[in-house]
Design a protein around this ligand. Sequence first.
Ligand SMILES: Nc1ccn([C@@H]2O[C@H](COP(=O)(O)O)[C@@H](O)[C@H]2O)c(=O)n1
Length: 618
Amino acid sequence: MAGKRLQAANAKKSLFLSAMKKTIAVIYSLAVISAVYACDDDPTHIHRRAPAIITPPSRQLDWGDINIIHTTDTHGWLLGHQKTSSPEPNYSGTFGDFSSFVSHMKDIADKKGVDLLLVDSGDLHDGTGLTDGFPPGGIDAHDSNEFFAKLPYDVLTIGNHELYVYNNTLDIYNNFIPKFNGRYLSSNANITLPGTSGTVPIGNRWAKFKTQKGRNVTALGVLFDFTGNDKGTSVQKVEDLVKEPWFLEVIKEEPALFLLAGHMPVQKDKWPVVFNAIRAVHPLTPIVILGDAHSNFLIIIHSHLGSGHSHIRDCTQLDGRSMSLQSGRYMETVGWLSAKLDDNKANKNITFTRRYLDPNRVTYEYHTNLTETDFDTSIGKSITTGLLALAKKFNLDFIYGTAPRDYTLNQDPYPSEGSALTLFIEDAVPYALALSNPRNNTPNFIIANSGSQRFDVYSGPFSKNDLLTASPYADPFFYIPSVPLSQAKQVLADLNKPSTANDLSDYGNGASPVKAADSNDTLGYVTHDSCPGDGDDTVHKALAQYNLPHYISSKPPNVSEQTPIDLVFINFIEPRVIASLNSIQKVKVYSSADAHQYSPVVLNQALGYYAIGHWNKD
Ligand SMILES: Nc1ccn([C@@H]2O[C@H](COP(=O)(O)O)[C@@H](O)[C@H]2O)c(=O)n1
């Protein structure tokens, strides 16, 4: 009966929504809204809007014997950040521009007679229209990964976002990893292939290779103790990985450098476990660790799992012959690390340097000593035009409405008018879930994990790409009926309870200190890490950063505390909601059988429906 009601509601709703979409399509045609775009009549011709003010780097890079360019958590930002609000232009380089940069840097390395490696630490999925805007039946990041694979990566490793959905993992196993000739590493992540029962490594467990200059490198690719992976994939705990006979065998031989790429923050996680295992055998061999940042929000989820806060750009040294670098996220940072090697005979510090580059053409041209006329390589240009063609194919310029102001995740407090989380949970979700919903007569209280929202919404045309950038996950909403309002509110409070000693970055602390800087500086990253000297390549004034709650909610309905309401939540957090409900009351033991689908509208549609309904007014 309930199923039939939902079907009828779905039919009504899809008629309503398709009528709305048609209206919008008339109001806006495929508008050109990006700072980089291709001609309609010549898709190979790249246009760029008048450049925003971009501050150049403060100084040249320090080169060593072995140098590394590092990317991580790219999450589909392959066309760079194309909005004009500060600090977005800092990150406006496309992956095509990055490819030209890497190619020129390799030439410079050749001329200097040194090595230059290119390494990625994972999380290619989930994050923009290029990854998530695929048509029905497509696979997340399948098309954008084709462009990623055009860069000469020496080592890559897997991130947790490659493991949320089995079909995505299978796609990278079949179509992406084979392009890297054994250099895509997953030392502790496995897949069960269709029609089989055992598990196999998703990529290679390790790689041993010789650099251009003949140095032996032993590389591993380690994922943190991730437990949110889909069925058909598995992640071995880091403590168990280092006891594996294959691991002990691989690290026996001494290379010139151990290169540990991994999807794990460089501070307060399990890197010391891997580091110590290697140090026990090789007390003096240089070890470079290239970790990942995660979004601010995974800190939140990790903190439930006993892991701690992570900076976005970060660096630490586990000893004087090692450096650990974490190169940001969303193509907002390109990491640089250099090391002057010695003969490994004495326990002297190695000279390491690290730098966090703002990925834009000004930075790239500065460090390659080139200009607008000679910077682009043909492969770089073809990557940019290919990405623009993909954006067109996915209709990413489709406009849902015009956002009246900027809404940010971290630069405005939550809740507030400028908070992207407030916009999402107090306005967009209640509006979108109420569209032709048979449960509309029952009051509801909606809970979401703040990590479900991943980026700011900027004022102006709100496109399909902007929607998927802010909110990429296609998670459904479920509900448990007849929960007294007081209990629903307690669930939220319980979910937001700090659960470990590490969990200190909680909501309620207000804005974290903003470093006073020269008022002429442009906004951007101002990094305080644990490595010597200044890491930021370009000097900026820091953006405000507010801490966020782990979980957020709609405004409570105006009913008495005992009124039974629908407790609505994103399906992704169902186990936590049910566990919490069971911990705060003892009248009933709830299970997932009590949770039902609330609406056919899914997470990554809510802001779109809201924009259609509210941001199209004159
Ligand atoms: N279907 C999903 C998958 C993940 N999330 C949340 O995304 C965050 C991932 O953080 P990273 O640092 O790894 O980028 C995390 O907060 C997950 O809970 C989700 O909401 N829905």
